[in-house]
Design a protein around this ligand. Structure first.
Ligand code: SDX
Length: 376
């Protein structure tokens, strides 16, 4: 049977939608949001501005930003019943499982979820972007038996997240580092979690279901969960001197080194380059940082020719760890940023929707006889 489209496992390289939101030049290691290089966004913008730009698919005007900031800050709090649910979650629940479950639960408390128009979905997108940091911070403090710190409307998105998490206002530098980390993670083309959210949305299911799916997909260690594994790996290695043997042993066993490789980038991930700088500053070139740099050198020596370089997950963990954030919160932070990309891609795709329904190549037999169970 000839296939109209060539088979590509995991849809590698297969275009499944059109977008103006972000573009990745994998060969040269370049990333653009709305045509603007990621380095420009990181230097001049804020996560709030990036989020609104993605939702609007253009740079927002000053009055739009003012309204969006006000909408975000007034939507940060969670319904009391949802807070009670978070307080009752088992403390050893993985934070990504807690986030995924609470996002799903929030639908029950949002009248807009019953509406199907894009304006309602836009309003839900704003609420989700506003609430993700609160969900993560509330769960973390609840599991530690600490009092919940309500959102502070005088603080920006990144600063408020750190404040709710730690119970003290971050320094301007710490808040700016977190803000830039969120900018870097906000969108990235048709990655697995964005694709998941779009598939769900393309059936005309609701935005809460689509974003619940996005969180579920991001949890996996091959996708957003790698940053948590990178830090565990660096702790296992222990020092730069141990890196050579540790990495070569893993590679010899054909094991994947977390934080390296990418379906699209065959060059250094530009986000990793920016995060590496912050990791160096925040750790003051600690032995931990030097171990990471040594792992990078070894991996580029061993695998660079095959296009395997550090990806966004390799240095993000060092940055979050230096900000005093628990390792299992690294992927939820990724989700706090990527919810902007997920919702933006869903809204964009729904403007000219077509349900996703790829094919599978059938490899079984045909017209076989049914054999009654007593004769098998
Ligand atoms: C993110 O898609 C996105 O945009 C994702 C993301 C985003 O912003 O949304 O950028 C975020 O998910 C970053 C990736 C985080 N994941 C990891 O760091 C996990 C480790 N990386 C690998 O599992 C892998 O590189 C993937 C999953 C990221 C990409 O997998 P592919 O494209 O399916 O590549 P592959 O499995 O076909 O590997 C090709 C070759 C293989 O060698 P051969 O069998 O051909 O000899 O490269 C090797 C692989 O063994 N390889 C690695 C490797 N990644 C690929 N070898 C060692 N370590 C690695 N990390």
């Amino acid at each position: 049977m000839t296939e109209k489209y060539p088979f590509s496992k995991g849809l590698a390289g297969v275009p499944a939608a059109e977008t103006v939101l972000s573009f990745i030049n994998g060969q040269e290691g370049k990333l653009y949001y709305l045509g603007i290089p990621i380095e420009e966004w990181a230097e001049h913008s804020t996560f709030e501005e990036v989020a609104l730009a993605l939702l609007l698919r253009r740079l927002p005007k000053k009055d739009e930003m003012k309204m969006f900031n006000a909408a975000l800050r007034s939507a940060r709090e969670l319904p009391p019943e949802v807070i009670d649910f978070i307080l009752d979650l088992p403390p050893d629940t993985h934070p990504m499982a807690a986030l995924r479950t609470v996002v799903s639960l929030l639908e029950a408390y949002d009248y807009d979820a019953k509406l199907e128009d894009l304006e309602a979905k836009f309003r839900i997108s704003v609420r989700l972007i506003a609430k993700f940091p609160t969900i993560v911070a509330y769960f973390d403090r609840a599991r530690k038996g600490l009092e919940l710190i309500p959102p502070d409307p005088t603080l920006g998105h990144a600063a408020n997240f750190l404040y709710m998490l730690k119970g003290e206002r971050p320094s301007d530098y710490e808040a700016r580092v977190m803000d830039i980390a969120l900018i870097l993670h906000a969108d990235h083309g048709m990655n697995a979690s964005t694709f998941t959210a779009m598939v769900i949305a393309s059936t005309l299911s609701d935005m809460y279901s689509a974003i619940t799916g996005g969180v579920a997909a991001l949890k996996g260690p091959l996708h957003g969960g790698a940053n948590e594994r990178v830090l565990k790996m660096l702790k296992e290695i222990g020092s730069p001197e141990n890196a050579e043997k540790y990495i070569l042993d893993k590679l010899a066993k054909k094991e994947r080194i977390m934080g390296f490789g990418h379906r699209v980038y065959k060059a250094y991930d530009p986000r990793a380059r920016i995060l590496k700088k912050f990791a160096e500053e925040l750790t003051k070139r600690s032995e931990f940082y030097q171990t990471a740099v040594k792992v990078e050198e070894i991996m580029i020596r061993e695998k660079g020719a095959k296009g395997i370089f550090p990806n966004v997950d390799f240095y993000s963990g060092l940055v979050y760890n230096a900000l005093g954030i628990d390792t299992d919160l690294f992927t939820p932070i990724f989700a706090i940023a990527r919810v902007a990309g997920w919702t933006a891609h869903v809204l964009e795709y729904l403007e000219d929707n077509r349900i996703f329904r790829p094919r599978a190549i059938y490899k079984g037999e045909i017209d076989k006889k049914y054999i009654p169970i007593d004769e098998r």
